[in-house]
Design a protein around this ligand. Structure first.
Ligand SMILES: Nc1ncnc2c1ncn2[C@@H]1O[C@H](COP(=O)(O)OP(=O)(O)OP(=O)(O)O)[C@@H](O)[C@H]1O
Length: 387
C-alpha cells in the first residue's frame, strides 16, 4: 500500500490533490501536512513512498524541505508543486534531486503519471536493496580455520587491485564464493559480475557466448548479439571451470586479455572492453598443460594470483560453525525451527570423509533437519546422513 504525503499550505489544493490521488487508486494512503515543518516531522515519524511538496510556504519552503528529506530519507522521491512565480526554482530543485515538478493548477494526467512513475521507481530501489542484502547474505563465508583465514586475508589484499586471479579447489569448496567476494570488495563492485560456466556450454557455442556474434555468423545467428565480455564491461567476468574451455576459445580469451579487445564471432571489428577476469577450476591446470589441453600462455595470464580453496577435510575445525550456519539458514528458508546438534553428532560429522565438500555438508544438514527433528544426535546422524 503506497504511503503518500502532501505538504502544501493551501488547504484547498491539499484537498484536491488528496481527492484526485485517492480516486485514482484506492490503495494510496494519503497523508497531509500544512507546512514544511509539520511535513518534516511526519517524514521523520513515518515511512512514505512519495512526497508531494509545495515550493512557496511559510516557515520552511519546499527547497528546504527537499534538502531535509535528502538528509533524512534520500530514497523517497519528492515531486515539487510550483506556482506561476517559481517555475525556475522548480527546475532548479530537480538539479538538487527532486524527482519532478508539477505546475499549479495541476494537470490531472501529468500529476498521476508522475506519481505512478515515482512510485514504480521507489519500488525498484527498495527491491534492489532487498536483493542486494539477500545476495550478500547468501555469500557469507564461514570459517575461522587457519586455511580459511589465509584465503580471507588473500581476498582482502587482492580484491582492490586489478590483478587477475585463478581460484583452484575441489568441487563445492567455495570457489564461486571467493570470486564473488573478490568482486564485491573491488572498485568494480557497482558494475556487474558476469559468470560463465565454461563446462556447461557446448564448445561450438562458447565463443559466441563470450564474445557475442553478428547476424549471419552461423545458422541460428539471426541478429547481432553482445557476449558476456561486453556485458561485464566495467565489471568482472568470472570464468568458472576454465579447465574445460576449448583450445580455440582459449586463444580468443588470451587475445582479449592481452589487448583488452574482443571481436564478435563473424566480425573483424575490434571492441574495446574493460573487464577484470577471475577464473576457477577444479582441474590441475599444470597437468592439463602437459597433456596439451590448456595453453600455458593463458595460464600465466590468468594465474597472476593463485587462491587455493581448501577442501573441507583439510579444515575440519570449521565444521561445527558450518553446521550451525546451515541449520539456521535452512530453518529460515523453510520457516521451521532451528534445531541443535549434540556434541557427539557434531564429532561424528567432523570425522566424515567429505568428498563433495561444503555443498555435500549442506545437503547432509538439510536432510537431517527434515528427517531428524529438533535435536540431532549421533544416532540420527548414523541413521540419516546417508554417508
Ligand atoms: N565458507 C563458506 N561458508 C558458507 N557457505 C559456503 C562456504 N563455501 C561455500 N559455501 C556454500 O557452498 C556451496 C558451494 O560453494 P561454491 O558454489 O562456491 O563452490 P565451488 O567450489 O564453486 O563449486 P563447483 O566447483 O562445483 O563450481 C554454495 O552454496 C556456497 O554458498
Amino acid at each position: 500500500m503506497p504511503n503518500l504525503l502532501i505538504i502544501e499550505d493551501e488547504a484547498a489544493i491539499r484537498r484536491v490533490l488528496s481527492k484526485i490521488l485517492k480516486e485514482e487508486d484506492e490503495s494510496y494512503q494519503v497523508d497531509e501536512a500544512a507546512d514544511g515543518v509539520e511535513g518534516v516531522k511526519k517524514i521523520k515519524a513515518n515511512d512514505y513512498d512519495l512526497v508531494l511538496c509545495d515550493i512557496k510556504m511559510p516557515k520552511m519552503d519546499g527547497v528546504e524541505v527537499l534538502q531535509e528529506i535528502q538528509k533524512l530519507k534520500p530514497e523517497i522521491p519528492v515531486i515539487m508543486i510550483s506556482g506561476h512565480g517559481d517555475i525556475e526554482t522548480a527546475v532548479d530543485t530537480m538539479k538538487k534531486g527532486a524527482f519532478d515538478y508539477i505546475a499549479k493548477p495541476p494537470d490531472l494526467n501529468r500529476l498521476l503519471n508522475t506519481v505512478r512513475i515515482a512510485l514504480d521507481r521507489k519500488e525498484l530501489i527498495t527491491e534492489n536493496k532487498r536483493l542486494k542484502r539477500k545476495v550478500s547474505k547468501n555469500y557469507q563465508m564461514i570459517g575461522e580455520s587457519e586455511a580459511m583465514t589465509k584465503v580471507k586475508d588473500m581476498i582482502e589484499k587482492v580484491a582492490p587491485t586489478e590483478a587477475r586471479v585463478l581460484i583452484t579447489g575441489e568441487n563445492g569448496t567455495g570457489k564461486e564464493l571467493v570470486a564473488h567476494w573478490l568482486h564485491q570488495k573491488s572498485e568494480r563492485a557497482k558494475k556487474p559480475i558476469i559468470e560463465v560456466n565454461c563446462a556447461a556450454i557446448p564448445s561450438e557455442l562458447i565463443e559466441s557466448e563470450l564474445f557475442g556474434h553478428v547476424k549471419g555468423a552461423f545458422t541460428s545467428a539471426n541478429k547481432d548479439r553482445a557476449g558476456k565480455f561486453e556485458a561485464a564491461n566495467g565489471g568482472t567476468i568470472f570464468l568458472d571451470e576454465i579447465g574445460d574451455m576449448s583450445l580455440s576459445a582459449q586463444a580468443k580469451v588470451l587475445r582479449a586479455l592481452q589487448e583488452n579487445k574482443i571481436q564478435r564471432v563473424g566480425s573483424d571489428k575490434d571492441i574495446k572492453v574493460d573487464v577484470r577476469v577471475l577464473a576457477a577450476t577444479n582441474k590441475n591446470l599444470k597437468q592439463e598443460i602437459a597433456d596439451k589441453n590448456f595453453r600455458e600462455d593463458l595460464y600465466h595470464r590468468l594465474a597472476v594470483i593463485l587462491i587455493e580453496v581448501p577442501a573441507l577435510n583439510d579444515r575440519r575445525e570449521d565444521i561445527p560453525l558450518l553446521i550451525t550456519h546451515f541449520a539456521e539458514k535452512i530453518a529460515k528458508e523453510q520457516g521451521t525451527q532451528v534445531c541443535t546438534f549434540t556434541n557427539k553428532a557434531i564429532k561424528l560429522l567432523q570425522n566424515y570423509n567429505w568428498t563433495g565438500n561444503i555443498r555435500e555438508l549442506r545437503n547432509v544438514v538439510e536432510r537431517l533437519l527434515i528427517l531428524g527433528g529438533k535435536e540431532i544426535d549421533d544416532k540420527t546422524v548414523t541413521q540419516f546422513s546417508g554417508k
